[in-house]
Design a binder for this molecule. Structure first.
Ligand SMILES: C[S@@+](CC[C@H](N)C(=O)[O-])C[C@H]1O[C@@H](n2cnc3c(N)ncnc32)[C@H](O)[C@@H]1O
Length: 241
């Protein structure tokens, strides 16, 4: 996990709301059907169709993101715009990425457009408020011990220049609070937008030792210029502190 080829940073101001698909989530988090019995939380879910797909399968699934605050049409338009913006950025540094999963930038874009359309359809439904929660880490509007599985794709650790070590420690503690004992939190990737290993990982995990065990597992969605494992945390039984 070192940027030996000195690949330039991904040019990003603020946090983008991307729209990865259900299949991308299953690949990056190595999810099997048995992991998805629910309830499942997608934190920093953005315009991903993961929650929509799971809901369509009859699984209790929720997503939390400050992105869900505001007018439905504007939120959806922002999601579509991000596909354009991200595609242009990726095109400008196309050789830096690993295309073994997507095959080509065109195929990646097709996947994103399909995912965005599924998200938009679900987000417009009358009962969308029961799945999509406008909320920002490190504070989530859920009871203690609610979820069997929580996922965080492309937010924690990635935006290390915007969110400091204290934020990350508090965000992880909050995510563990809403997990059931024995429930899992999986986070990917563990590199920053400069393609460097997240620098405070040991310290952040050290603070959580009493409430969660952790392990690093190989992820299944090669793409970033520097490969990253995924982080899996399992909530221990007992008070969450
Ligand atoms: C790069 S997107 C990832 C979207 C989706 N998980 C995916 O993989 O396509 C990052 C998301 O983090 C959200 N975000 C920003 N600040 C946040 C916070 N404090 N708590 C939770 N999510 C946040 C953004 O609104 C954005 O939708």
């Amino acid at each position: 996990m070192t940027n030996e080829k000195a690949v330039p940073a991904y040019p990003q101001t603020g946090v983008a709301s991307t729209c990865r698909s259900f299949d991308e989530y299953c690949a990056m988090f190595r999810l099997k059907p048995a992991d998805l019995k629910g309830p499942v939380l997608d934190v920093a879910g953005g315009a991903s169709s993961f929650t929509a797909n799971l809901h369509a399968k009859g699984v209790r699934a929720m997503a939390a993101d400050p992105f869900y605050e505001g007018l439905t049409d504007e939120i959806i338009a922002t999601g579509y715009k991000e596909i354009e913006v991200a595609s242009a950025k990726i095109a400008a540094m196309v050789a830096s990425f690993d295309w073994s999963y997507y095959g080509s930038p065109e195929r990646q874009r097709e996947i994103r457009e399909r995912s965005m359309a599924l998200f938009a359809e679900d987000f417009r439904r009358e009962d969308a408020w029961t799945r999509y929660f406008a909320a920002a880490l490190p504070s989530l509007p859920f009871e203690d011990d609610t979820f069997e599985l929580a996922l965080c794709s492309h937010f924690l650790f990635l935006y290390a220049d915007t969110f400091d070590e204290r934020f990350h420690a508090a965000a992880l503690r909050e995510l563990i609070r809403v997990l059931r004992p024995g429930g899992e939190l999986r986070i990917y990737p563990l590199v920053t937008l400069k393609w460097e290993k997240y620098p405070y990982m040991e310290r952040v995990l050290g603070e959580l030792e009493e409430i969660a065990s952790h392990e690093f597992l190989p992820a299944g969605l090669p793409f970033t210029p520097v490969r990253s494992p995924l982080l899996k945390l399992v909530k221990k039984a007992g008070p969450t502190g």
